[in-house]
Design a protein around this ligand. Structure first.
Ligand code: G1P
Length: 292
């Protein structure tokens, strides 16, 4: 029986060193793209895929992420008093039901695999999605929803994949592939950040996953991989051959918001999606290009 996908895990314990000084006293996942923090894009995307329960893997200095999903009583009362209905509705829309969001702490930065293992009690025996909020995806259908559909179709784990230039395989988890229908790819192996000359393909995993809970027992071995970290990729690789495992060439454009240029590109792309500012932004870009 294929279990319903209800849970999502969001690893947010990273230090955000690439965005210092902005992230000295603020979680990098609170950085806004246009007017919404990265963490909220991830939660909204998961909710659009029918996910109801969330677990954030946090660390020191990440309390704003918890506050962001709490009820802001004083703020709401003030907005009401001032008749700011649109803003009020915006806040209400982002609110999760009491008990639907929990946090666990990853006290030590031992890698993404270790972070996911920290959520083992939350995951239990259920399938779960992982969203890395640094990866922001602009698409017609939310990326996690596309993965959820592939999960219901295959009954196994599914990761979002995209082709990367061969010289960039050392930045990603890379697939070794079997049968490929152009959209869904059978995964026969996974390697974390291989050198271009060792990479089995140029199909890379991006920060969206739907996994069967079996991955936890593999992560529990705490084997160190690339960068001497406990890698999620290695835990997933151990599931291959036991349960179905596929890569999904998702529809959409991915922005690496963990990178300054990627973050800037995301601002522009998402602003162009907003009817109230698209024209202004387009005109500005045109003008800027002319003076360049
Ligand atoms: C992580 C994963 C990697 C994946 C990438 C996607 O790497 O370990 O397999 O391809 O996210 O963004 P990180 O970017 O944390 O180094």
């Amino acid at each position: 029986m294929i279990k319903k996908l209800r849970k999502a895990v969001l690893p947010v314990a990273g230090l955000g060193t690439r965005f210092l000084p902005a992230t000295k006293a603020m979680a990098k996942e609170m950085l806004p793209v246009v007017d919404k923090p990265l963490i909220q894009y991830a939660i909204d995307e998961a909710r659009a895929a029918g996910i109801e329960q969330f677990c954030m893997i946090t660390g020191r200095g990440k309390m704003a992420l918890v506050e962001h999903f709490d009820v802001a009583y004083e703020l709401e009362a003030t907005l009401k008093l001032r008749g700011k209905e649109t803003e009020l509705a915006m806040l209400k829309d982002a609110q999760l039901s009491p008990g639907d969001i929990v946090t666990v702490r990853q006290q030590v930065p031992l890698g993404l695999g270790h972070a996911i293992w920290c959520a083992r009690a939350f995951i239990g025996d259920d399938p779960f999605a992982i969203l890395l909020p640094d990866d922001l995806i602009l698409s017609q259908e939310p990326c996690t929803k596309q993965l959820a559909e592939a999960y219901y179709q295959t009954g196994g784990s599914v990761v979002a994949v995209t082709e990367v230039p061969q010289d960039q395989t050392n930045k990603y988890g890379i697939l070794e592939i079997g049968a490929d229908d152009g959209r869904l790819v059978e995964v026969t192996g996974l390697v974390e950040k291989p050198r271009p000359e060792d990479a089995p393909s140029n199909l890379s995993v991006i920060g969206r996953y739907v996994l069967l809970p079996d991955v936890i027992e593999h992560l529990a071995r705490m084997e160190r991989g690339a960068g001497n970290e406990v890698q999620l990729t290695d835990g997933m690789a151990r599931m291959i051959g036991h349960t179905p495992f596929h890569g999904l060439r998702y529809e959409g454009q991915r922005f690496d918001c963990g990178d300054k240029v990627g973050f800037l590109e995301a601002q522009i792309a998402f602003a162009l999606q907003r009817p109230e500012m698209a024209r202004h932004v387009r005109n500005f870009l045109r003008k800027y290009q002319e003076t360049d």
